[in-house]
Design a protein around this ligand. Structure first.
Ligand code: IMP
Ligand code: MG
Length: 178
């Protein structure tokens, strides 16, 4: 089964560019948190951010713990359903911890908005957001993205963890859905 890629199969963002940018973002994050007196907590938003998080974590030069949250809003279409479902897989108490949310793409902003509100209830020391992709064209709720990989145009993308109906996460680059 061939992936439905637009633009004659050409990547919007090649694996090489992703690797380079993820290393840079990892360095930015390491500088930002260089002086905290406890490990950073990466809160990875499943499933899409799993691939980004695995690479990002290995680009850090500071200690980091790993937690996971499951969020879903898209169902199997290419536009948001508007509702966000959250499943809590975070184990430890997050009170007083520095949290870095790791997300694949910020689109309407609804997912991140719900997650931030939910995590704030646990009174962490700080919450920041690292997003591989930012697609501002469809934003409905303003979102502060502290570490951004790439800003992309208004196209639905697949690959490097991002799916269409659960598929194509394994593609090494980021491609427009054809
Ligand atoms: P938001 O809540 O509208 O910001 O949507 C964010 C979530 O929708 C992301 O975590 C992705 O899982 C999913 N999503 C949004 N745009 C895309 C896309 O272009 N490809 C794949 N998944 C997407
Ligand atoms: Mg996602």
């Amino acid at each position: 089964m061939k992936a439905p890629i637009a633009d004659g199969g050409k990547a919007m963002i090649s694996p090489r560019r992703i690797a380079k940018r993820v290393r840079e973002v990892g360095q930015e994050i390491s500088r930002e948190y260089a002086d905290i007196d406890q490990p950073l907590v990466l809160v990875v938003i499943l499933k899409g951010a799993a691939v980004f998080a695995a690479d990002l974590m290995r680009s850090l030069s500071i200690p980091a713990e790993l937690e996971f949250l499951r969020a879903s809003s898209y169902g199997s279409g290419t536009s948001s359903s508007g509702r966000v479902k959250l499943a809590h897989l975070v184990e430890g108490p997050l009170t007083g911890r520095h949290l870095l949310l790791v997300e694949d793409i910020v689109d309407s902003g609804r997912t991140i908005n719900v997650i931030v509100k939910e995590l704030q209830k646990q009174k962490p020391a700080s919450i920041k957001l690292a997003a591989l992709l930012d697609r501002p064209a469809r934003r409905e709720i303003p979102v502060d993205i502290h570490f951004t990989g790439f800003v992309i145009p208004d196209r639905f993308v697949i690959g490097y963890g991002l799916d269409y109906a659960g598929l194509y996460r394994e593609l090494p680059g980021i491609y427009c859905l054809g």
